[in-house]
Design a protein. Sequence first.
Length: 201
Amino acid sequence: MKKIMIALLMALPLTIQAQDNTWERPNETVQANSDKKYLAGAVPEVDGKVTFQTTIKAPGKKAKQIYDILLDLMQKQTKEPGQFEQSRVTMTDDDQLMLVGNYQEWLVFKNKPLNLDRTRLLYHLIAECRDGEATLKMTRIVYIYDEERDPITYYAEEWINDRYGLNKKQTKLARVSGKFRRKTIDRKDYLFEKYTNALTK
């Protein structure tokens, strides 16, 4: 009987260790899955410039209607919290039905007591309107980081594209520039969804 008890006690630490390892794996899998949308191909380049683009379908709406809706949205965006006073709609073309907004805003990585990590994000938002649809582009992306102490300027083409925003195997976000890539993609997704909802409702 004593031999059986000793054998069970000796096996117990191994059982606990196996259980611990099992509990770790799901977390690793969740992290890997959550990063998938930020990996290779998530930051496209057009003519050497990082450019996010989407075409929004707006059935039944004329180009001028779409133009007016987007102009209103783009003007309101310049007044949203986190925008700098330099944010403005810089071009309105009633003939070509094209709009350009130049935005400067805070992109926040972490906001905790005594730990505020953020960058100034600059970008152009371009809208081209046609009957039944609009093409929206986010391009000319620049970051001014740590500007309260020692400002550093990063251009998207040298910071968040696949070459610089990912590790060499392109399986993970880069250690430093990865947070810029993640938050920029999140911001783009939010803006494109907001503009899509406005045109399709």
